[in-house]
Ligand binder design. Structure first.
Ligand SMILES: Nc1ncnc2c1ncn2[C@@H]1O[C@H](COP(=O)(O)OP(=O)(O)OP(=O)(O)O)[C@@H](O)[C@H]1O
Length: 321
């Protein structure tokens, strides 16, 4: 029998008064994936993740979480944990007492060792007995993740979990999410950081003005979305420049890096391959070759700039109907 999707959404719509936050969203998220949700400000990401957590109910459409249909009443679906708009914590309690209190609220049987393990996983052992009032945004995010881990979720939903994280915090959070997915859990997270999504996610969904403009594997996105600017540093900039102008399908980009030996070329991957072959054949060493912006970022801009309206990510009812 097929494993049910972690999330299956069909025709999901949600409005706040005149604002259409989600407009007929169709989405499938397979189990065991880390799935990224990206989109401009106001695109509908938080609203969508809130539906997965049972914090709001869709106006229209069908939503199944971990194989079970989500009803019309507010209720966290079983096996799901996470947060939107930052984790809810008690500022006057310590990190450890926060976890104990949240576990007690859920009525679960949580041992001290579980609390310590969750704190260690997110790198908060050293501040376990400090009050949350003094925690930075990144520390609160990590504590929120620790609280979610205690429930041993099969679906973890995190709205911008990378907010405020320093490199060490990011390393802990990435480690936790990767481990969870390797153990079969599904992680859905939103982020404005394309590099984070590329580092973590196998699949992404891009939302613009409440609609899905792309959903699928990252590889599909980069191959679908054509020409990129590449930064090329060689042992002989002038020779490289000449070869680039002679290679079909290559256009020269911004030449402001002239003195430093940097050349920017705009092209598709096959023409770039041809340029590399020509450079090597002519004895020009390639010291650096990388996209100026990542394929995901380029696709994000291409997909959302055509879809989004200038003033806001969401649309008004009268202009949409
Ligand atoms: N409770 C609410 N009441 C009224 N409007 C809301 C509410 N929640 C969201 N909206 C509106 O719905 C639209 C989508 O908001 P949402 O927060 O889901 O976007 P987002 O993609 O998460 O944005 P951001 O990247 O800025 O966090 C926005 O226009 C927002 O103003």
């Amino acid at each position: 029998m097929d494993t049910p999707a972690a999330v299956r959404a069909r025709g999901i719509s949600k409005s706040f008064g005149e604002v259409i936050a989600l407009d007929e969203i169709d989405l499938d998220i397979a189990q065991g994936q880390i799935h990224g949700v990206a989109g401009p400000n106001g695109a509908g990401k938080t609203t969508l993740l809130g539906l997965f957590l049972g914090l709001a109910v869709a106006d229209e459409g069908r939503l199944e979480i971990l194989g079970s249909p989500v009803g019309r009443t507010l209720d966290a679906p079983g096996g799901v944990a996470g947060f939107v708009d930052g984790p809810g914590l008690y500022p006057s309690l310590t990190a450890r007492k926060n976890l104990a209190a949240l576990a007690a609220l859920r009525g679960g049987d949580t041992h001290t060792a579980d609390l310590d393990d969750a704190l260690a996983q997110v790198g908060l052992t050293d501040v376990a007995d400090d009050r949350v009032r003094g925690f930075s945004l990144g520390m609160r995010q990590r504590l929120g993740l620790a609280a979610a881990l205690l429930t041993k979720p099969r679906l973890l939903v995190l709205d911008e979990p990378a907010n405020g994280l320093d490199p060490s915090g990011k390393k802990h959070v990435h480690g936790v999410l990767t481990r969870l997915a390797a153990e079969g859990a599904t992680v859905v997270l939103s982020s404005h950081r394309m590099d984070d999504l590329e580092a973590l996610c196998s699949e992404v969904t891009i939302i613009a003005t409440g609609r899905v403009v792309f959903t699928g594997p990252l590889g599909k996105l980069s191959s679908e979305h054509q020409e990129l600017d590449y930064r090329l540093v060689t042992s002989d900039r002038e020779a490289a420049r000449k070869l680039a102008t002679e290679t079909p399908g290559i256009r020269l980009g911004d030449e402001s890096g002239k003195d430093s030996g940097v050349l920017v070329v705009r092209t598709l991957v096959p023409a770039l391959d041809e340029l590399v072959v020509r450079l090597v054949r002519d004895g020009v060493a390639i010291r650096e070759l990388a996209p100026v912006v990542s394929p995901l970022e380029a696709a994000f801009l291409a997909l959302t700039e055509t879809e989004a309206e200038p003033e806001s990510g969401a649309r008004q009812q009268e202009s949409a109907r």
